[in-house]
Design a protein around this ligand. Structure first.
Ligand code: GLA
Length: 389
C-alpha cells in the first residue's frame, strides 16, 4: 500500500517504480471538479459553470512497444493488464480498469494509434462523492497517452473522447460537463461552458479578493440508485423537449416558460422542464454577476438552484438538504448540492473567516439526525489537466 501522507504525484511515481522498476517517463495530473451552478443542464445542451478542485488524480507512465496496457492503482492496490482485443469492442474490461481501457478504446475509435503503456495511478479525489473522480481518471490517462504517443488532439476536442469512454465503454449516460471541467478549467476561474457548441469562457472567480471561500461538504449519504435516477431524469427532459417540439430544453427561454408548461400534460415533466429552464437562466445570471465582480451576490442564485433541484428535479436526499439548511442558517451566502444528485457534495459560499462555524453547524445538524458525520474542505478554483514537471 502507498503512504497516504505523501503527495499524490509522489505516490504515483513511487507506485510506478515499485511495480515496474525504473522511473516513469512522465506524470500527468487531472483534478476533480465541483459545479458552481448549472445542474442537469449539460445534456439539455444548456449552460454550466464548474471549477476544478485542488484534489487531483495523477498517472505516472511510460510507453511500451507491445499493444498492451498494464495499470496499477493505489486504490485497490491491484494491477490489471489488457490488450488490443480488450479495446476492440466497448465493455470488455470491467471495474475501475474500464475507465482506462475506455480511453484507449475511444482514442482508437477517433483514429489515433495509441501506444502501449505501463501506468501507475494515485488519487486524492474521493470516489463516489460526486466530485468527478471518473472524469479525473479518464482525463489523466488521456493526457498521458496523448503525450506518450505524440498524438495531436486539441484541448477542446479532448472532453468528447473522455466522455465517449464513459458513455460507451463504461456505459454511463453522462453529459459533457465533467470531462470539460477537468480538462479545460483554469486556476482562479470558473468555466462557462455552452454545452451545445462547447464554446467556453473563463470567468474570473476570485474568492480571496472578495474575502470569501467555498466550503465543499461531502454529505456521505449512501448511494441511492443514482444511475437509474440519472437516466430517468434524462428521459424526462428528452420527453419534455420532444413534446414542446424543440431540439433540446436549452431552446426554451425563461420568458417562454409559462407558455411551454401550459403545453405539457404531465405534472412531473412540467417540474423537470421548469428546473432545467430556470437553471440555465441562473447560470447566465451568475456569469453576469461574476463578470461584474459581484461574487457575494451570487449566493441567492446558488440557493435558488438548490430549491429547484429539491422540489422540481427531485434529486436531493435528506443529508444533502440538511447540510444546505444548516450552512444557510449558520450564515452561508448561498448553498446548493453540486453534481448529479442522490448524495454527493454540497457547496456553500461563505465569508472566508466563517468556515469553522459553518462546518460546526453542519456537523451538529447531522449529529442531531443521526447521519454519518460529513466531510468538509475549503477549495479554490484550481488548474485543469496538465503534465507535471
Ligand atoms: C453528473 C454528470 C454530468 C452532469 C451532472 C449534473 O455529474 O456526469 O454530465 O449531468 O451530473 O449536472
Amino acid at each position: 500500500m502507498t503512504d497516504p501522507t505523501r503527495a499524490v504525484e509522489d505516490r504515483a511515481a513511487a507506485g510506478f517504480t515499485t511495480r515496474y522498476g525504473g522511473q516513469a517517463a512522465g506524470r500527468w495530473a487531472a483534478p476533480g471538479r465541483v459545479n458552481l451552478i448549472g445542474e442537469h443542464t449539460d445534456y439539455n445542451e444548456g449552460f454550466v459553470l464548474p471549477f476544478a478542485l485542488p484534489l487531483r488524480t495523477v498517472v505516472a507512465a511510460d510507453r511500451q512497444d507491445a499493444e498492451q496496457w498494464t495499470v496499477w492503482s493505489e486504490l485497490s492496490d491491484e494491477t490489471i493488464t489488457f490488450g488490443a482485443d480488450d479495446v476492440a469492442e466497448a465493455g470488455r474490461v470491467t471495474g475501475w480498469g474500464a475507465y482506462v481501457a475506455g480511453v484507449v478504446w475511444a482514442l482508437r475509435e477517433a483514429g489515433h494509434r495509441v501506444p502501449g503503456a505501463r501506468l501507475a495511478i494515485a488519487s486524492d479525489v474521493p470516489l463516489g462523492s460526486g466530485l468527478s473522480s471518473s472524469a479525473a481518471l479518464e482525463s489523466a490517462v488521456l493526457a498521458a497517452l496523448l503525450d506518450l504517443g505524440g498524438l495531436e488532439l486539441p484541448a477542446e476536442l479532448q472532453p468528447r473522447v473522455a466522455q465517449r469512454a464513459e458513455n460507451v465503454y463504461v456505459g454511463a449516460p453522462t453529459g459533457i460537463m465533467d470531462q470539460s471541467a477537468v480538462i479545460r478549467c483554469r486556476a482562479g476561474h470558473a468555466l462557462f461552458l455552452d454545452c451545445r457548441d462547447e464554446s467556453v469562457e473563463q470567468i474570473p472567480f476570485d474568492l480571496d479578493a472578495a474575502g470569501l471561500a467555498v466550503l465543499v461538504i461531502d454529505s456521505r449519504a449512501p448511494h441511492r440508485h443514482a444511475d437509474g435516477e440519472y437516466a430517468a431524469r434524462r428521459r424526462s427532459c428528452e420527453a419534455g423537449a420532444s413534446a414542446l417540439g424543440v431540439p433540446a430544453l436549452r431552446d426554451v427561454g425563461v420568458d417562454q416558460l409559462d407558455t411551454a408548461l401550459a403545453q405539457l400534460d404531465d405534472e412531473e415533466t412540467r417540474r423537470r422542464v421548469r428546473h432545467v429552464v430556470t437553471e440555465d437562466q441562473r447560470v447566465l445570471d451568475t456569469v453576469a454577476l461574476l463578470r461584474a465582480a459581484r461574487v457575494r451576490d451570487i449566493g441567492p442564485l446558488l440557493t435558488a438552484s438548490h430549491v429547484s433541484m429539491r422540489d422540481d428535479f427531485e434529486i436531493t436526499v435528506p443529508e444533502i438538504d440538511t447540510a444546505v439548511e444548516a450552512a444557510l442558517a449558520a450564515g452561508a451566502l448561498g448553498a446548493r448540492m453540486t453534481g448529479g444528485g442522490f448524495g454527493g457534495c454540497v457547496l456553500a459560499l461563505i465569508e472566508a473567516d466563517r468556515a469553522d462555524e459553518v462546518t460546526a453547524a453542519v456537523e451538529a445538524a447531522y449529529a442531531e439526525r443521526g447521519f454519518t458525520a460529513p466531510g468538509t474542505v475549503t477549495v479554490l478554483p484550481s488548474p485543469g489537466a496538465t503534465r507535471l514537471p
